[in-house]
Design a protein around this ligand. Structure first.
Ligand code: ZN
Length: 182
């Protein structure tokens, strides 16, 4: 089911999401809704808080941003942990379905080691680099109540203030259903 995407300004985007238990009766439906909602919005990743569910779940399908020689990456992440990162950061212009119309260059580590459960609750430990590492960190931040604009300089944020206010009030256009706090 396609659900409306919660916009910047909604308290759920600032909460720390709760871990999921293997017997969670809502997990299957939650994953299905995340995939449906992400693909409908042409996103490459979507975290549960973005559809109003404060649980540690996100989905990623990176294939549109990967190079043709890379293996297409698609994965559901449950209770993920960021274990370590390298020291090298690179900049990349990020956007967020919860903050439509804003794209900003964000610096993040390029290689990360992570642990997560898949939809069958099997534990994985993996190393990601490139665009997959980038998307993982962006979505993982959502589970911590953090947004990509938090990394911007105070001056840059000040310049975006009016636009962010409009988004929080729902005064924004996008091609997918949205839900604003006020
Ligand atoms: Zn986002």
């Amino acid at each position: 089911m396609i659900r409306p995407i919660v916009l910047y300004g909604s308290p759920v985007l600032r909460q720390r999401a709760e871990p999921v238990t293997p017997d969670d009766p809502e997990l299957t439906a939650l994953l299905r809704d995340l995939w449906d909602t992400m693909y409908n919005a042409n996103g490459v990743g979507l975290a549960a808080p973005q559809i109003g569910v404060s649980k540690q779940v996100f989905v990623v399908d990176a294939h549109e941003l990967q190079s043709p020689e890379e293996e297409p990456f698609k994965q559901a992440f449950i209770n993920p942990r960021l274990i370590s990162t390298n020291d090298l950061c690179t900049g990349y212009e990020e956007g967020c379905l919860s903050i439509p119309g804003i794209r900003e260059r964000i610096y993040r580590p390029t290689i990360i080691e992570v642990e997560f459960y898949d939809e069958s609750f099997h534990l994985h430990r993996r190393t990601f680099s490139g665009i997959v590492a980038r998307i993982f960190q962006h979505e993982y931040d959502h589970l911590m109540g953090q947004l990509f604009i938090d990394y911007l300089s105070p001056i840059r944020r000040q310049l975006l203030r009016r636009k962010l206010k409009e988004i929080a009030a729902g005064e924004v256009e996008a091609h997918y259903p949205m839900l604003h706090a006020r």
